[in-house]
Every structure is written in structure tokens, then in C-alpha cells.
Design a protein around this ligand. Sequence first.
Ligand code: ADP
Ligand code: MG
Length: 346
Amino acid sequence: MRQRNPRNPLSSSTFLYTILALLAISILTWLFITNDKQEYYTKTDYLLGTYVTVRVSGDKTSPVLLANAAFKEIERIDEKYGNNKGIVEELNASKGKWIEIDQETAFLLKSAIEVSKNTGGAFDFTLYPIIKLWGFDDINNEKRVPKKTEIGKALLKVSYENVEISPDGNKVRLLNGAQIDLSGIAKGYAVDMAIMKIKSIDEKATGFIDAGGDIGIIGPKYGNRPWVIGIRHPRSESADKVIDYVYMYDGSIATSGDYERFFEVDGIRYHHIFDPATGYPANNGVISSTVIHKSAMLADAYATAAFVLGDSPGVTFFPRYGALAFLVREDLSTFKNKGFEVYLSK
Ligand code: ADP
Ligand code: MG
């Protein structure tokens, strides 16, 4: 009896080739699909008084559509909360009368009040009379050093405690001649809202949004890699020179610096971040402040406060509010909250 060979060499190699071919096809398909996913679309536009960049890739939606939806949302917030328009203009002209507000405005104002309280008033969104005086508002472009008496008079109107929200959250009034300016928080809020908009269309979209140094992560690069964010060297002519790198998979990071908007008189630099205690540009040796927070709105506001507070004791309590600060001083020495270092490596 002939022994049957259980292994047929021909059919086994055919089998092998079939497997290999299938494998190759699936790898190619996978590459094709993931490649499609990894395509990032970048768009930059001038909004909220700064350059806003959206870099996004969709999981099931075109990145162009996602970026456009994000910009539409940022435009909406710019119109609603920008200086000299929308609710800010209405409130600043209200002369202490109650003004009706919607839920979104109540949320933003309550958030601003919360940061003001948590920072002992270092963040104060009622600085508008001071900002106008120095010419840092958008209308009055004449920048100048005001007289001490003018500053003293304007300071009388400044306190976040002058902003009263009715218990039902439907109305707000400004007491004692207070006027508001949401520039220290609105950019971050716009980033948060634009990310929410993108996620509502395509939950697994990835990328980031950068609104003039307020950066929110939509999702990790290619789904699993960190975005590498350079913290700008505060004394370099070139915007590309970096003092440190931060690696972010999610959350937000915001930087405030004295190099962004300033003028000089007799060799003294007067910049746009004011100490609400004095009415003068904050002057405690900090030249750049960066804050990491889950929310871009809060990263933005705490970064402004960090610039005013400095580090002794200053921002040492920030981690209690979910904020991690990184300060650069005049001599380029740095201070970091414990925990910030986690973001300095991949
Ligand atoms: P930028 O990204 O322009 O540096 P910031 O988030 O640091 O913006 O906010 C600075 C702006 O906020 C100023 O232009 C001014 O309108 C307003 N501002 C200045 N000082 C303060 C402060 N201590 N608290 C809140 N808002 C401030
Ligand atoms: Mg800010």
C-alpha cells in the first residue's frame, strides 16, 4: 500500500503564497487607511486680536470641514466677547444697570470671578479703565505713561468684586463705575469651545488649536504621539527661538509675555499685563509665564495671573487649582511648579 503523503508540497506553498498575499493586501489597506487618518490640515486666520492656527485631522470627517467649524466657533466668541463689541460693550456702557445675560456669559463671567478670587485679585478682568489709560485698548492707540493721579483715580473703579451676578445667573451689573475686559480669558475660552465643536462632529479627531500662544490639544499626534510645544524664548528677536519644550497629549498650555505688546519710554518697557494692585505693568521680575491646565480658558487666565504674582510665594499654590506654572525671570532663570516637569519629557 502506498503511503499517502499528508503534506502536499504544491498545495502548501500555494497556501503560503495566499497567506502572504492576503497579508500584503491588509498591510497596504491599513497603511492607506491610517495614512488617510494622519493627514493634517492647517489653517491660520487673524481673530481675537491674534493669529489663530488650527491643525486638525479627522477620524471620519474631512479636516477642512473640522477646521472651518472651529474657526466659525472662534469667530462667534470673538463677536460675543471681544473688546468694544457684544456684551462687553453693552456692559461697559450700562452705568450700573442690571443687564440680562445668557448661560454662556454667566459661565464665562463666573469663571473669571473664580480665577480672580483664587489669585487674590492678581487676575482682574475689571482693569479696563487702567488699560484704556495706558492706551492698550483697541480704540485708543496712543500709548503713554499716565500721571500717578490718573492711575489712582482709575484704580478706584477696578475690582472684580464690582461685578455682581444675580443668584439665578440671568443678570449682571457693574458697580462703582467698573468696566470689564475679557482679553485675559476669552482666547482660552474660544480654544476650549472650538475643540468641543470639533469633537462634537468627530469625536476621535486629533490636532491642536493655537490662539496667539494659548494652545489646546484636540488629540495626540497620529492618535498616540505627543505634540511638541516650544515655549518661546522671551528675549529673542526670533519667534522661533525656544527656552524649553513641552510634550502634550491632551489638555492646554498658555503663555503670557512682556514681549507681546509693549512700548518703551526712556529705556523702560511698559507692557500689557497690569498689576491690579498698582495700576502699573506688573513688575516683579517675571518676563514670561506659562501655565498648563486641563482647560484652555483657565490656562489662559492663570498664565496672566502668574505673570503678576511671580513665585514667592506667588504661584506656589497653583497646583491646588489644577494649574502648573513655568516662569522665566529677567535673568532668564526659571521657576516651575512641582509636577510641571512631567511635561518636559515624552
Ligand atoms: P496675551 O496673550 O495678549 O499676553 P493675556 O492672556 O496675557 O494675553 O492677557 C493680557 C490682556 O488681558 C491684556 O491685553 C489686558 O487686556 C488684559 N489684562 C492685563 N492685565 C490683566 C490682569 N492682571 N488680569 C486680567 N486681565 C488683564
Ligand atoms: Mg492669559
